[in-house]
Write a protein that binds this ligand. Structure first.
Ligand code: IMP
Length: 431
């Protein structure tokens, strides 16, 4: 199915690497072609950067479809929501002149990120010495911990002040014991939190919906749905480089559980892949570069975290990791992003296999101990030393950059259907 001609089904966009693949630009482009855009996991740890009309905006929770009038945006049940962060984002979008009412819906089943989650995230990280994950500090892990421990507070609870207060007091009592006795830190003021969160009911009410039923109903009516993953496959709690992962499922399987959309509605999975690799936070990264080439990729690619501003680690494209990602996600087509960052290189390298204990391996090891011991094996390709920013068809692109794209296709067996040749909306080649 051509990427830019959706039919009545759901399409998932997933990151195939360690996040920050440039999904925001693609979602922004495709949003104009879909009826509904859904976020299905993660929270304000993600940051999708969108550039248009000479403006750059980073969205953490609201799907970027919000900038296309007529597109409905849904924050699914798999997302963890900090209500303060969400309301601030709504304010920012409205200040830019976009209408949010009746276009943004939040799942009543989504879990909340509370101030104690953020505090515990940073206290836990600080206590880790050399085993820090390098989290974004947004309370993501602690919020999902409460969800799976069946202690979480959900969006629907905000609408029932009595239930909310009881749950809050129970949670705060337990968390304060932890904060005081284990981390030797000042306890959280229970009354202030109860007061603050009791005031959300009327503000949040217009956005709350049973989005699981809503989405399935819309699909049955023939509407098109785009599911927008945050982070990337290699940060998936089940399929990524555990324990250096996030606490949710960015992979395409998570799109179904995180939205309630029945899996058989999902026909197309677009795997977003950056033309090189980056990683923020700790954990193995076989093709990481520690030299001027790595710095150059970071400089040209503006590789600083959209949420935390942290410098991203940079390296060459890793096809061992990519092939694994394509399988786990059932990727039907690749969207290759930030190819323009490679425009100024004499030669570009691509990792095609690993050496482990003297043997060549082609399967991606997801355990950090093994992954941190592999040595990348590279294929060197000719650089193109030319900008493709004006290219609008594949044929317009420099032959050596086309050879790079063909090489990825041959090595993975998956077609590259979209290539980003610059940061702007229009600097994109569709095939
Ligand atoms: P957490 O999601 O804040 O718990 O962080 C866990 C790991 O995932 C850390 O290594 C983070 O740097 C990484 N991470 C979380 N969100 C993103 C993202 O949007 N892009 C890239 N890395 C991320």
């Amino acid at each position: 199915m051509p990427l830019n001609q959706p039919s009545a089904s759901a399409t998932v966009i997933v990151g195939t690497q360690f996040g920050d693949e440039g999904k925001g630009k693609l979602v922004d482009y495709l949003s104009s072609k879909y009826d509904i855009v859904v976020r299905y996991q993660g929270g304000a740890n993600a940051g999708h950067t969108i550039c248009f009309d000479n403006k750059t905006l980073v969205l953490h929770l609201i799907p970027s479809g919000i900038f296309h009038e007529g597109c409905i945006c849904v924050i699914g049940n798999g997302v963890v929501i900090d209500p303060n962060a969400l309301l601030e984002e709504i304010r920012q979008v409205e200040a830019m002149g976009y209408d949010v009412r009746d276009r943004l819906f939040i799942s009543h089943n989504a879990h909340l990120i509370m101030p104690y989650h953020k505090l515990l995230d940073s206290l836990h990280e600080s206590a880790q010495n050399d085993k820090k994950i390098g989290t974004t500090g947004r309370g993501i892990g602690p919020s999902y911990m409460d969800k799976f421990a069946r202690k979480g507070i959900r969006v629907v609870d905000l609408l029932n002040p009595e239930v909310l207060e009881e749950k809050l007091r129970d949670n705060l009592e337990a968390k304060n014991k932890l904060i005081k006795n284990i981390y030797d830190t000042e306890e959280i003021d229970v009354e202030a939190i109860v007061r603050e969160y009791s005031e959300f009911d009327e503000i949040i009410n217009p956005y709350v919906k049973n989005t699981q039923l809503f989405l399935n109903k819309k699909l049955r009516e023939g509407k098109t749905v785009l599911l927008e993953g945050a982070q990337g496959c290699l940060l998936d709690v089940d399929h990524g480089t555990y324990p250096y992962v996030t606490s949710s499922n960015p992979t395409s399987g998570g799109a179904s559980t995180g939205s309630g959309i029945a899996p058989n509605y999902i026909r197309n999975v677009i795997g977003v892949c950056k033309a090189y690799m980056t990683r923020v936070g700790n954990g193995a990264f076989p093709s990481e570069l520690f030299d001027e080439t790595g710095d150059k990729l970071g400089r040209i690619g503006h590789e600083f975290g959209a949420t935390t501003g942290r410098k991203r680690r940079c390296g060459w494209l890793d096809l061992v990791a990519l092939r694994y990602s394509l399988i786990i996600n059932g990727v039907t087509e690749i969207a290759l992003t930030k190819l323009d960052v490679l425009d100024a290189f004499e030669e570009v390298k691509v990792c095609t296999s690993y050496m482990l204990d003297g043997k060549e391996i082609v399967d991606f090891p997801t355990d950090d101990q093994t992954l941190s011991r592999v040595e990348p094996v590279y294929r060197t390709l000719k650089g193109w030393n030319t900008s493709n920013a004006e290219a609008r068809t594949f044929e317009d692109m420099h032959p050596d950059s086309r050879a790079f794209v063909h090489f990825i296709e041959e090595e993975t067996g998956v077609p590259v259907s979209c290539i980003s040749v610059g940061p702007g909306r229009e600097e994109t080649v569709f095939r």
